[in-house]
Write a protein that binds this ligand. Structure first.
Ligand SMILES: *Cc1c(COP(=O)(O)O)cnc(C)c1O
Length: 352
């Protein structure tokens, strides 16, 4: 394949998945593999199951339906709370759904009754990152409501940290999650099977040398696909960090001054730039822009520096002159990957 593309090496992603499954299982933790960064790509879901992942998760019902439509019927988790406009689709897809609103739970129960099904739910608890979740003080009331709805089965309690505010998973907040689970179990005489501690940002904590208590599941996407942990974006030792690469094509490469001339106002994106004069450079333009990726989140090869990006042009400094048609390979970070996956201009070239 040529042209602007994501090269996706499924073999490397499978290596990462297997390695994380092994490491987590040594701590009594199972993995829910999250496919949303690749739009519920069915082959990704399939390889996750084949790598020892028991549950595949995604944030969007569209992606879950894509996976189901490919004939994959393993256990799945909808990691974002169901949209009121999509309740019936959520129930029909046979997933467990993450939940934080009583109204949504009631609608799920009604839909499940009409469909003659039981719907499994995981309740999300707020532990300080201030994204989704029931406040700890309200958890028992919500559990009471769920247990009063015979079409719903409470199978898990979970939490999500780091995504919004960067709150770091710790003995304290994970201990609080475990204590809440035990309080629910004591109060209602029920057993919570899955205690889902969080996303890839939990790996450092979960694989540390301490007791992980009641936490027995993590929901991992970025670490499996990109081999990095999200708190510092450090490579996880032993994992591939080049399983997905963004390949772009050179359209112009010239010796040019590094400093613009003329009166300076805002650029196309409302930014004003103050560029130092570094003399003449090899300025190489690639046919990729903000419509296709998050330019600031691309890791360039050693002799290439990303200088600027507009909708369709990525301006780089290269060590040598390049020719139109030459290609440069970048390692996308998480937001660059999300944007490239959703761009219709970026082909997805799957191998391995
Ligand atoms: C996206 C998401 C995940 C996976 O996060 P990664 O950082 O990709 O591991 C887990 N849980 C929830 C609720 C999410 O939205």
């Amino acid at each position: 394949m040529t042209g602007l593309r994501l090269e996706i090496d499924l073999g490397k992603i499978a290596d990462n998945a297997r390695s994380l499954v092994d490491r987590a299982s040594a701590h009594g933790i199972s993995i829910t593999g999250v496919t949303k960064a690749m739009l519920g790509f069915p082959e990704l879901a399939r390889l996750m199951y084949e790598s020892g992942i028991g549950v595949v998760g995604d944030s969007r019902i569209e992606n879950i339906e894509r996976i189901r439509g490919a004939g994959i019927d393993g256990p799945m988790l909808l990691v974002r709370t169901p949209l009121p406009s999509q309740i019936d689709r959520v129930v029909r897809s046979g997933v467990t759904s993450a939940n934080a609103e009583v109204e949504v739970l009631a609608a799920l129960a009604t839909s499940a009754r009409v469909a003659g099904r039981i719907h499994d739910v995981m309740l999300m608890v707020e532990l300080g990152d201030l994204r989704e979740g029931i406040l700890p003080a309200d958890l028992n009331d919500t559990v009471r409501i769920v247990l009063g709805l015979p079409q719903l089965r409470l199978t898990g309690i979970g939490a999500n940290l780091a995504c919004r505010s960067g709150v770091v998973p710790s003995d304290q907040n994970m201990g609080e999650l475990g204590a809440l689970v035990e309080s629910v179990e004591r109060t209602f005489g029920t057993r919570i099977t899955t205690v889902s501690g969080g996303n890839s940002a939990n790996l450092n904590w979960a694989l540390g040398s301490h007791d992980t208590g009641r936490i027995n599941d993590l929901r991992l996407g970025e670490s499996i696909i990109l081999g990095r942990e999200p708190l510092q974006r450090r490579a996880i030792p032993g994992l591939h960090t080049d399983a997905v690469m963004l390949v772009a094509e050179v359209i112009e490469s010239k010796r040019k001054p590094s400093k613009p001339w003329g009166l300076l106002g805002q650029n196309a994106f409302g930014e004003t730039t103050e560029l130092a004069d570094e003399g003449e450079i090899w300025q190489t333009i690639l046919a990729v822009g903000r419509q296709d990726t998050e330019p600031g989140d691309l890791r360039a090869p050693d002799d290439v520096a990303v200088l600027a990006a507009s909708s369709d042009h990525l301006v780089t400094r290269t060590g040598i002159q390049m020719r139109p048609g030459d290609e440069i390979r970048f390692a996308p970070g998480y937001s660059a990957l999300l944007r490239s996956m959703t761009s219709v201009f970026v082909s997805k070239d799957v191998c391995g």
